[in-house]
Design a protein around this ligand. Structure first.
Ligand code: HEM
Length: 364
């Protein structure tokens, strides 16, 4: 039988001719070959290929999330794609070790040829940040410049385009705000949760007040810590306080979405909440892996150039450490553990709500 498609040659399929002739060390061009520049180029190129794959995965997740209704099967696909992104990220973090086999002196052999190019101009890295939902206001500036002011006009256009599209942060916020089950038929999650929290906090207060082994000093310290915890709960339970945190950029989800994320975390043992819970957990993993990469890159930069300014003109290590701290996209999800209460204190869901959350075969 004849094959319906013409034969494919490995090297043509992978465009190896173009790929393997795309390493052009500047040191060779200037007649002073520096051995390690090849490694420097290949590591960066490998990063850019992986960024391309991450953009591909994020794009498909965003396409699913931009729909009004996301069915279970599609949510499963999104979980699988986020998992793939987290696996790629681990490779990205590890890959910095390969570059660290280059010593600072070896780097100096070609570093000056690269000015003012810098990873700061990686438009794909910025597109990933934009797709996730890192906003302009939340970015650390250097030299009072916008993050896209140092890239070519063509790349600027792509960045502004990606910035103007719905990010994963906004799409997840919209999805969470639509989640059913939290209210109806006389059941109000917030009321039930508030009663449980009030019971738990007054128990904790009792324990501090009546613990005979505490000195006055220790008791006062514990009471002031207790007040801080209480204030955090107040901010979650009070919409105005929550909205104030949103206006300061400290929280990013709407009030309703924050409660939905909490509901999913508290009742994640209910079958229908398994996937949403795994999805939210992968979002934390993606955010955390990028933060780990930022820290590791900042540490590598310090050992490579000390406190010199970067080739792109930033304060180098100092600037990068700031981004590691401030460029988190899902701080609301990281705050959820503060509001978790022990399973023993968790209000029982009414049977009507439980049956809606169960797999149908469990009902028969
Ligand atoms: C010898 C190795 C490296 C050094 C010394 C270095 C240095 C720096 C410095 C100093 C910056 C701050 C901007 C500037 O002033 O230039 C920066 C930013 C950046 N670098 Fe590197 N880098 C190295 C390797 C890499 C690699 C392998 C990647 C992978 C793509 C990378 C990606 C980035 C990105 C994405 C930024 C922007 C970070 C942000 O603004 O949040 N760098 N790098």
């Amino acid at each position: 039988m004849q094959k319906p498609y013409p034969p494919v040659y490995y090297g043509d399929y992978l465009q190896l001719e173009r790929l393997l002739t795309s390493q052009l060390p500047k040191s060779e061009e200037y007649g002073k070959p520096a051995h390690d520049e090849m490694l420097f180029i290949i590591v960066h190129q490998a990063y850019e290929l992986w960024f391309k794959q991450i953009i591909h995965e994020l794009g498909s997740v965003l396409e699913i999330f931009s729909k009004e209704k996301i069915d279970e099967k599609n949510l499963g696909t999104c979980v699988a794609r986020l998992r793939r992104i987290t696996t790629i990220q681990k490779v990205l973090i590890d890959q910095l070790n390969i570059l660290e086999t280059m010593t600072p002196l070896d780097f100096l052999d070609f570093r000056d040829y690269l000015i003012p190019a810098s990873g700061f101009q990686s438009f794909q890295f910025r597109i990933v940040e934009n797709m996730l939902g890192l906003s302009i206001e939340n970015r650390v500036k250097f030299d009072d410049k916008n993050y896209y002011s140092l890239v070519s006009d063509e790349h600027q256009k792509l960045l502004i385009e990606s910035h103007n599209k719905t990010s994963l942060l906004r799409a997840v916020d919209n999805w969470l705000s639509r989640i059913p089950f939290m209210d109806g038929n006389g059941y109000h999650f917030l009321n039930e949760y508030m009663s449980a929290v009030t019971r738990m906090l007054s128990n904790e207060m009792e324990i501090i007040l009546n613990n005979p082994s505490l000195t006055d000093d220790k008791r006062n310290r514990q009471l002031s810590e207790f007040e801080n915890t209480k204030k955090k709960f107040d901010a979650l339970l009070d919409k105005d306080l929550h909205d104030e945190l949103v206006s300061k950029g400290i929280r990013k989800f709407s009030y309703k979405s924050s409660l939905a994320a909490l509901f999913i975390n508290l009742y994640r043992d209910e079958p229908i909440l398994h996937l949403p819970f795994r999805f939210l957990t992968y979002l934390i993993d993606v955010d955390e892996n990028f933060t780990s990469w930022r820290y590791k890159h900042a540490l590598m930069v310090q050992r490579m150039i000390g406190s010199k300014v970067g080739t792109g003109g930033s304060s180098g290590h100092h600037y990068l450490m700031q981004t590691a701290e401030k460029h988190k996209v899902f701080p609301d999800l990281l705050e959820i553990p503060t509001f978790l209460i022990p399973r023993s204190e968790l209000p029982e869901l009414p049977s009507e709500v439980r049956s809606r959350l169960a797999f149908s075969y469990e009902l028969t």
